[in-house]
Design a protein. Structure first.
Length: 273
């Protein structure tokens, strides 16, 4: 689906996630002349992408008036500084699309003109290759057209799920937002375990990387549940079975992940308070 807008798009923050979104939009055919970027120091790869499409960084005095959508992709820690300065650019039909972790709809609204339409979204890093998982929720001011516009922008980098209950966003952040880091840690640990068993480091790293990538793709394509897929790999009293006895026994991987996700969700709630 081609990304089409009813007016300019202002991207505030051109770091890794902002850049991933921009790349996705351009791949989907977004007219680069409609894109305005505000960031004093865009990431080098994003700056290169912008230059190749003739997109320039804009100063505050040259921002579009009443853009169709304003995407806020800055770190949560500087939102309180950034948002008030953008209020004068918000028009009656502008929708704010925020991807800042932990920042609630109410918190965002407190820095913007009354009645501003706001969508809060939590994408994850596989968005960089168009395989992201994004969960979004909207304020009551968001109309159907604005929701569809935000959905189109987010779908340019992967799948999108909408929630009615914003309180679930902290758990979403802990599971899918932070989730890629857990998978990368698994690859690190699997590599180290292979080395400990005598494998060459390069070989161990390759085996871990490709195994996790392949298993993830199998899981994505399969109609079977993760439990069924695991059982299909496991023969009674076989090699995999004895390994799983360790992973599922005392101090299990399941218990560790529950603790990790609970800690991440707690931190997300702290950031939003």
């Amino acid at each position: 689906m081609t990304v089409t807008l009813g007016g300019p798009l202002l991207l505030v923050g051109a770091g890794k996630m902002g850049g991933a979104l921009l790349a996705g939009w351009l791949r989907r055919g977004l007219d680069p002349t409609l894109v305005y970027v505000q960031d004093p120091t865009p990431a080098p790869e994003v700056a290169g992408l912008m230059a190749s499409h003739g997109i320039r960084v804009r100063h505050k005095t040259k921002l579009p008036t009443a853009p169709a959508v304003m995407v806020i992709a800055v770190k949560p820690q500087i939102m309180d500084e950034v948002l008030p300065a953008l209020g004068s650019s918000v028009g009656p039909s502008t929708v704010i699309l925020s991807i800042a972790a932990g920042r609630t709809l109410a918190n965002l609204a407190s820095h913007l003109p009354p009645g501003t339409s706001i969508v809060r979204a939590m994408p994850n890093t596989p968005a960089a290759i168009g395989q992201g998982m994004t969960v979004a929720c909207a304020s009551s001011e968001v109309n159907r057209h604005q929701a569809l516009l935000c959905n189109m922008l987010l779908e340019a980098v992967g799948e999108v799920i909408w929630l009615d209950d914003e309180t679930l966003m902290d758990a979403v952040t802990a599971v899918s937002g932070s989730g890629p880091a857990y998978v990368f840690l698994l690859a690190e640990c699997l590599t180290e375990a292979g080395i400990a068993e005598g494998l060459d480091p390069e070989l161990a790293a390759r085996l871990a990387r490709e195994t996790i990538a392949g298993a993830g793709e199998l899981l994505r394509r399969s109609d079977l549940s993760p439990t069924e897929l695991r059982r299909n790999v496991t023969s009674s009293k076989g090699v995999t079975a004895v390994a799983l006895e360790v992973l599922m026994g005392k101090g299990s991987l399941s218990d560790l992940l529950k603790r990790a996700v609970a800690a991440a969700a707690k931190r997300s709630r702290e950031l939003s308070s």
